[in-house]
Design a protein around this ligand. Structure first.
Ligand SMILES: NC(=O)c1ccc[n+]([C@@H]2O[C@H](COP(=O)([O-])OP(=O)(O)OC[C@H]3O[C@@H](n4cnc5c(N)ncnc54)[C@H](OP(=O)(O)O)[C@@H]3O)[C@@H](O)[C@H]2O)c1
Length: 284
């Protein structure tokens, strides 16, 4: 990223479920309100909503408000195919990736993708061939920076070895409900390789607030006069490299709260108490 990483990013995976925001004018108002809060990163993928639907909805909103496209920063991903009537599969072929970048630009109505990520590692990927189209997209100004999502170290290093451009971003599942990457070397490896971490489903898709984990979050949140969700994001932000949570809610009041609370300071003891409550056991 050229500027300081944001405190959070706004995930667009659930946009098709929010009918209220489907009219371009309404979505444009919603986007402008987020920009006024200082939240200008929007995370897309070609599969969100099915067949590019959420990218298209977003693009219609940008087109209806002059100047708006220049004020947003967009991430999108490609490489998972869920074509109707076909086996779900990964496709990192040069043809598919090159087409996916062009389709995303046209659906979103932006001049350039700020970040393009390969969504999942594809065992059939030919790294040299895929790297060529990614480098071309950067050289042609279609993509500002590249990254991967859900790759293991050997998988991204193989791709990186064929690329001229650096893989600068990594979107991984990381939260109190999914802390494994912190203990199996995955998170350290991506930081070591200079990739900026973005944490998807930082609230476990909403499942984080139940059981023992929910109780521990409530208790620490009360101590800080904050919300359990805000504490869960602050927990992530304490990690070295300050992973950027990609949140899924589109509800303005929730986004407001999270934006204000993601920077809370937790003590080391509180951080480990949350980890213990979520894993169900203390550290060894
Ligand atoms: N790279 C990948 O492979 C990948 C995979 C999955 C997702 N993602 C990205 O990550 C983004 C976020 O995923 P996610 O939606 O699972 O994230 P999340 O932020 O962990 O979960 C969002 C869900 O939590 C619910 N929720 C319940 N209480 C909440 C509270 N107090 N504050 C905020 N939300 C609350 C929300 O409900 P309401 O909607 O009713 O507010 C929403 O259904 C996606 O939009 C997508 O951009 C990437």
């Amino acid at each position: 990223m050229n500027t300081a990483p944001p405190a959070l990013m706004l995930g667009m995976m659930r946009l098709h479920e929010t009918a209220d925001l489907h009219a371009p004018e309404r979505l444009a108002n919603w986007i402008e309100a987020r920009l006024e809060q200082g939240l200008d990163w929007f995370d897309h993928a070609d599969i969100y909503g099915g067949g590019g639907r959420n990218e298209r909805l977003f693009g219609e909103a940008l087109r209806c408000r002059p100047g708006l496209a220049k004020r947003v920063r967009v991430i999108t991903k490609a490489g998972i195919r869920m074509d109707r009537g076909e086996t779900k599969h990964y496709d990192s072929s040069p043809e598919w990736l090159a087409g996916a970048i062009d389709r995303a630009l046209s659906r979103l109505g932006v001049e350039r993708l700020d970040v393009f990520l390969i969504h999942r590692p594809d065992p059939l990927m030919d790294p040299e061939a895929s790297a060529r189209v990614l480098d071309d997209a950067v050289r042609d100004g279609k993509v500002a920076s590249l990254g991967v999502s859900n790759f293991l170290p050997d998988q991204w290093r193989r791709l990186q070895s064929a690329l001229s451009s650096p893989l600068q971003h990594h979107q991984l599942q990381l939260s109190l409900t999914h802390s494994r990457p912190l203990f199996d070397g995955h998170f350290d490896a991506l930081c070591q390789d200079g990739q900026h971490p973005m944490a998807w489903s930082p609230l476990g898709g909403g499942a984080l607030f139940q059981g023992e984990a929910g109780r521990a979050l409530e208790e620490i949140a009360a101590r800080h006069e904050a919300s359990p969700a805000g504490v869960a994001l602050a927990w992530l932000r304490h990690l070295p490299g300050a992973p950027v949570p990609v949140i899924g809610t589109l509800t303005p009041s929730r986004i407001d709260t999270l934006g204000g609370e993601a920077g809370l300071t937790l003590s080391r003891r509180e951080w480990y108490a949350l980890l213990e409550a979520c894993r169900g056991h203390e550290v060894a």
